[in-house]
Design a protein around this ligand. Structure first.
Ligand code: NDP
Ligand code: MG
Length: 390
């Protein structure tokens, strides 16, 4: 029996993980499930897969969770510290699928216990890549990528020598606004940005796909995880979302990874690694697909990609600034306070002001410094938005 925990169990990646685990209950001993506001889902899943403990991120939801699990012997807890304790509970394998920088501390706790951490939470690597990798190395923890592009690169690299890698190409669907005139993006609505042409994901990452902030985070994630230089990483728009990534070698060969756009593939690969097991995903019918298409990304349409390249060049804690400013401007877009194109403009302004006015970007990459930088960048994003509105 493998002891497993799912951080962010109530979200899109979390639910896909539970789907796989619930198909083979005899193989798993479920330790902790964490969620946020979706208490009924968290309680239902904790019962379904018989978790030891269910944790909500929010103190004020503890009593609701306790009530939902009354009559069971499943323990309950709440709050940020309880999330990290969930990560630290002895387990062999943990899924990191909390959205945002809040996923960093619980994931580090999992690596500190020497566990395998399946990492969907790309923000951990964007904000604190060196810290995450060092923590894994120091405690004998293993980090497996779950983001579909990074799982694809990881699989394409199996048996290869990273020294012969010339380029890593990650694909992008182009998101909801791929074919819109650029002028129309200014007035794009929340509903329009919240529908993805190919993938069924959480709302935040779906909007980030429309703006390409998701791909921007993934560029940084690629650099951190695989240790290549930023000019070795390319993005290509591939509307069909069937090739997830390609790895080019010094002899000119390119290894591509294809699969259906179903996160249960990347999650299942990380769950069963280093073996492959049968997964409940559809099989590609290449004759029916007939064509795969590609297009260079347009920097004018997707300023987030240029900002990510600046962040990769700058290094240090600029990834934490970038992510926090992005999260705050995304909150404001979701709340209807700013327009779609304002998000990139605000992130750029926060990055510039941070660089000019603080020495924080060059501080050591510790959890405290990352969280301090994160808070400050959020405050600055808020004040920039207030000024723009006034
Ligand atoms: P969702 O928004 O669907 O789910 C997020 C999860 O995190 C939920 O369990 C949510 O709880 C919980 N949560 C939200 N805010 C907090 C917080 N402040 N503290 C603790 N927990 C919180 O996200 P996704 O599943 O789409 O994405 C999860 C992560 O995986 C992200 O980093 C995303 O970029 C990455 N990813 C997602 C993919 C996808 O297909 N969805 C693909 C590749 C990567 P609740 O809902 O109960 O409030
Ligand atoms: Mg991805």
């Amino acid at each position: 029996m493998r002891r497993v925990s799912i951080l962010g169990a109530t979200g899109s990646v979390g639910q896909n993980t539970i789907d796989l685990i619930a198909r083979a209950p005899q193989d798993y001993d479920v330790v902790a499930l964490t969620g946020g506001h979706n208490i009924s889902q968290l309680a239902a899943d904790a019962k379904l897969i018989n978790a030891e403990i269910a944790v909500t991120a929010y103190d004020e939801r503890l009593e609701d969770l306790r009530a939902a699990l009354a009559g069971t012997d499943i323990k309950v807890a709440a709050g940020q510290a309880a999330l990290s304790e969930a990560g630290a509970r002895p387990a062999d394998w943990l899924m990191s699928a909390i959205v945002g920088a809040s996923g960093l501390a619980p994931g580090l706790a999992a690596l500190e216990q020497g566990a395998t951490l399946a990492l969907a939470n790309k923000e951990s690597l964007v904000c604190a890549g060196a810290l995450v990798l060092e923590t894994a190395a120091r405690h004998g923890g293993r980090l497996l990528p779950v983001d579909s592009e990074h799982s694809a690169v990881f699989q394409a690299l199996t048996g290869e020598d990273i020294e012969t890698v010339e380029r890593i190409i990650i694909t992008a669907s182009g998101g909801a606004f791929r074919d819109w005139p650029i002028e129309a993006l200014k007035t794009a609505t929340l509903a329009e940005a919240s529908s993805h042409p190919n993938w069924d994901m959480g709302q935040r990452i779906t909007i980030d796909s429309a703006s390409m902030f998701n791909k921007a985070l993934e560029l940084i994630e690629t650099k951190e995880y695989f240790g290549v230089s930023s000019d070795q990483i390319e993005v290509i728009v591939h509307p069909e979302s069937l090739i997830h990534a390609l790895v080019g070698h010094t002899d000119g060969a390119i290894m591509a990874h294809l699969g259906p756009p179903d996160m249960r593939h990347a999650i299942g690969y990380a769950l069963h690694w280093p073996k492959r097991r049968e997964l409940p995903v559809s099989r590609l019918d290449l004759a029916q697909i007939a064509n795969l298409s590609f297009k260079a990304p347009d920097d004018a349409r997707y300023p987030a990609l240029r900002l990510a390249r600046d962040v990769m060049q700058r290094g240090g804690l600029s990834g934490a600034v970038f992510n926090a400013a992005k999260e705050r401007s995304l909150d404001a877009f979701i709340a209807g306070r700013i327009g779609f194109l304002d998000m990139a403009a605000i992130v750029e302004e926060v990055l510039n002001r941070f660089e000019a006015q603080t020495g924080l970007i060059d501080a050591a990459i510790t959890l405290d410094n990352v969280m301090q930088t994160d808070h400050l960048a959020r405050e600055w994003a808020d004040s920039i938005m207030v000024n723009r509105a006034g």
